[in-house]
Design a protein around this ligand. Structure first.
Ligand code: AMP
Ligand code: SF4
Length: 447
């Protein structure tokens, strides 16, 4: 996943980046970093943990300069080593560069081997560092020409913010796997993974960065270049289902409105009778609300989520049944007792969380449990930056819906169809990556 942010020409660049990252925290909690530039050199602070753990007030004061980029990391390719935290800062043949990347390159290993044979020494195990090496190796003089040569060599998913001491670049891969939006705050330009990061700093949304586009922001001017024509678009449909914040706007609509529609379609595809509809909070709230509106079954809160579980949480020595679910969720007994319950969740990955949550519903006295999933069965792993497990661990890749129903111990189980899922977005399937649902990978794994 990962969240990225960049701001050009603002006296409080680092502070606004901090706020932007704060609103993108849901995209990654493993590490956070900000690089600012005073026009000549970079200052930076990068550390493990959530945004508010990493930066102190003093750090933000020290990170002076009118330009900044930031990153929140969620680990995928490359270990969760702090060395892999971003932005990556280097001094190379093109001067000082700082890069923040959201996505995953599928040909990183191939490019890395090639570069190592040419003598490159890598500091991290991330695929993102490969991009900086390719930039440094380029013979082109003009930086946009460098990017136009380098970017077509990358295969896979990449939304990037790239900072030189006085220029900010925003880049989106030709398929547009990951989102990237452009905003404006007075005379400052902002780039961010999601529009919620524009809202927090009261910036105006301008537009999305197009797949295959480079925007260059320099001397208060914005220039746009195309480095590749998109053969097809492949926005990750999981951005709608789970990753993005419900208040963010993607393709002209809020994530919340699409999730509501997913819930409505879920009911229409298999009408079910029940006393209440409850979400697994928070990711399924909007879908459960949509389900309730369409079915006229009352929406209620059967689970309450605790939001305060930090990285430093101490696991109890005492064995407590279903503890990993209990630390995050608790049931509201009188809502559930003796009720026929429709439970809406956004996805089942391994099935381990669902199993524990269902056990909690049963012990709260639910009479019938109808589990409804607002995404289709996940049958294949993601190679474009989402940390899904291998095929072996994906429950729907190995078992039928009926087998999963039995394993979870629910009265009924239904997943939305792929068509239903796509139609909820108001776009057709040629716009999306659906690989984890249909095994059809828009960018092949081979270099
Ligand atoms: P499980 O089936 O136990 O693996 O967990 C499924 C739950 O994890 C779902 O309810 C989602 O809300 C959440 N989820 C789905 N995809 C991801 C992901 N890539 N990273 C973290 N959580 C996820
Ligand atoms: Fe998104 Fe699934 Fe495609 Fe990965 S494989 S980019 S999670 S739709």
């Amino acid at each position: 996943m990962c969240g990225i942010f960049g701001i050009y020409n603002h006296q409080d660049a680092a502070e606004l980046t901090y706020l932007g990252l704060y609103s993108l925290q849901h995209r990654g909690q493993e590490s956070a970093g900000i690089v600012s530039s005073n026009g000549e050199r970079f200052l930076y602070k990068i550390g493990a943990g959530e945004v508010q753990e990493v930066f102190s007030k003093e750090d933000l004061v020290k990170l002076n300069g009118r330009f900044a980029i930031g990153h929140v990391r969620y680990s995928t390719y490359g270990s969760s080593d702090i060395k892999n935290a971003q932005p990556i800062v280097v001094k190379c043949s093109k001067g000082f560069l700082a890069l923040a990347h959201n996505g995953n390159l599928v040909n990183a290993r191939y490019l890395r081997n090639k570069l190592e044979q040419q003598g490159a020494i890598f500091q991290t195990t991330t695929d993102s560092e490969v991009i900086l090496h390719l930039i440094s190796h380029s013979k082109e003089k003009n930086f946009v020409d460098v990017l136009k040569k380098v970017l077509p060599q990358l295969k896979g998913a990449y939304s990037l913010v790239l900072l030189t001491p006085n220029t900010l670049y925003g880049i989106r891969d030709p398929y547009g796997f990951r989102p990237l939006v452009l905003g404006k705050l007075g005379k400052s330009f902002i780039l961010a993974s999601e529009t919620c990061a524009l809202d927090i700093v009261s910036a105006e949304f301008i537009r999305e960065i197009e797949p295959g586009e480079i925007v260059e922001i320099k001397d208060t001017q914005l220039k746009s270049y195309k480095f590749a024509n998109s053969v097809r678009k492949a926005l990750c449909i999981f951005e709608y289902i789970y990753f993005s914040r419900p208040d963010s706007i993607l393709q002209g609509q809020t994530i919340h409105s699409v999730r509501m529609k997913l819930g409505k379609i879920l009911y229409r595809e298999l009408p079910t009778q029940a006393d209440i509809v409850i979400p697994i909070p928070d990711s399924a709230n909007s879908a459960a609300l949509g389900y309730s509106q369409e079915s006229k079954i009352y929406f209620n809160l059967g689970f309450i989520r605790n939001h305060y579980i930090g990285r430093t949480f101490i696991q109890p020595r005492q064995k407590i049944r279903d503890f990993s679910a209990k630390i995050k969720y608790n049931t509201v007994k009188d809502v559930l007792n003796n009720k026929r319950v429709v439970v809406v969740d956004d996805s089942i990955v391994r099935g381990t969380t669902s199993k524990k949550l269902i056990a909690m519903l049963k012990s709260a006295g639910s009479k019938e449990i109808h589990l409804r999933i607002s995404s289709a069965p996940i049958i294949a792993p993601c190679v474009y930056g989402i940390d899904t497990p291998t095929k072996k661990e994906l429950i729907a890749a190995n078992y039928s819906v009926e087998e999963i129903r039995k394993f979870l111990g629910v009265t009924s189980l239904y997943y939305i169809s792929i068509n239903g899922m796509v139609s909820a977005t108001n776009y057709d399937e040629t716009n999306f990556c659906l690989a984890c649902f249909n095994n059809n990978y828009p960018v092949k794994l081979k270099s």
